[in-house]
Ligand binder design. Sequence first.
Ligand SMILES: Nc1ncnc2c1ncn2[C@@H]1O[C@H](COP(=O)(O)OP(=O)(O)OP(=O)(O)O)[C@@H](O)[C@H]1O
Ligand SMILES: [Mg+2]
Length: 403
Amino acid sequence: MDIITGNAVVGENYLSTRKFLVDDLRDYLLKGKSVLIDSPRRFGKTSVIKELAFQEESQNNIKVLFLDIESEKTVVAFCKAFFRKALSLFPTKERNERLKTFFGDTWNMIAGRVKKIGGHEFELELSEKTRDYDFEKWKEVINALLSGRPTGGEKVVFAFDEFPDLILSLKENADSAADFTREADSLLAWLRSLRQESGQHTFVFCGSINLNYTLDAISARHRINDLERLVVPVMDKGETEKLLATLFSSIDINVEPAAMEFLSGICMGGPPYYGQIVAKEFKSGRVKSIDVETAMGLVDNMICGENHDLRHLRTRMNKLFSSSELMVAKLILKALCGAEAMPEKRIYDEYISGKCDYELFAAILGRLTHEGYVMREPEAGGGIRFVSPLFKKWWASKEESRQ
Ligand SMILES: Nc1ncnc2c1ncn2[C@@H]1O[C@H](COP(=O)(O)OP(=O)(O)OP(=O)(O)O)[C@@H](O)[C@H]1O
Ligand SMILES: [Mg+2]
């Protein structure tokens, strides 16, 4: 198992205790259900889809067409990306027939130049041909393409990664609230009809921004109420130990039991990402055997230094929030530094009240949750806590040095 921090992991690098998520996803898809994976940032959402695609390369029950749409800012750009992906459903000869129908007479002239779908020449021709296409026209084109899909044994799944980002982009770029509602609603209605009416296509929608919440605001939640929800859970102690033991043995580091107890204590309760960060740090520490003192020393060094993957959590916050929101976000984290978990209302009453109204506080807390900084304990009425003890330790040490 390689140490990987940031990119999706597959195969040998996918922690075996998490493979149940891939099995659950596969079960839903084979039953013809579409799925929403909306967990906070860095929880391992993309890895679940990519691991499924990887496993299915040899099993051939499902064909996963993966599309990262984070950079698609408009419905038309999304449709174009969707169209390109849908073309890959067809074997070369059939695809060329489809393209011939799509491009009309010009295809005979350009076919020789178009080396591959998505290549430079293809993109030029596609842009030229679709310059005036609006959403209605794109729907027509994609509906026609999908209805002619070859009937093979494999189930086709379109996986739209970072889908909620597209909805947020529509919101940010719309001229009015009414325009946003209309645009988002018609996109969601179309995708719903594609998965429901044809019965042929299933979709995985993936992202860290709470889609339900965004859709509630425009009364469009019913457009996704047929989706099964796959929740990516945090790791318990046993799973954390398994992750750390596997990562450390892959870099030939022996971890004594007391050191393992300490390290799993600072990584458990969060996603695997934090275990990966610790292992990466220890790999560069060049120690071959770790007792508890060494482990504590290395973690302290890491926390005091600035050369680790936790740093981006701070830089990202600066991008996410305006300066007044950032002040509130930092106060929330500061409050949580001093507690295991704290009820939302208490955070507001004791640390925020007077600085902003409850609505804004709740929105900032929501954002911190989706971005993977804090989470609500799963039991009913559970308090808010840092997602990871390691992140908490680092943030608390920065708080101390600020005082
Ligand atoms: N099954 C796993 N086994 C081992 N490590 C994992 C696993 N899943 C996730 N990770 C760790 O978490 C990191 C993030 O994983 P991934 O990119 O899949 O998360 P994500 O939820 O899609 O993140 P983002 O919200 O940024 O898109 C990986 O680089 C890896 O360090
Ligand atoms: Mg991802």
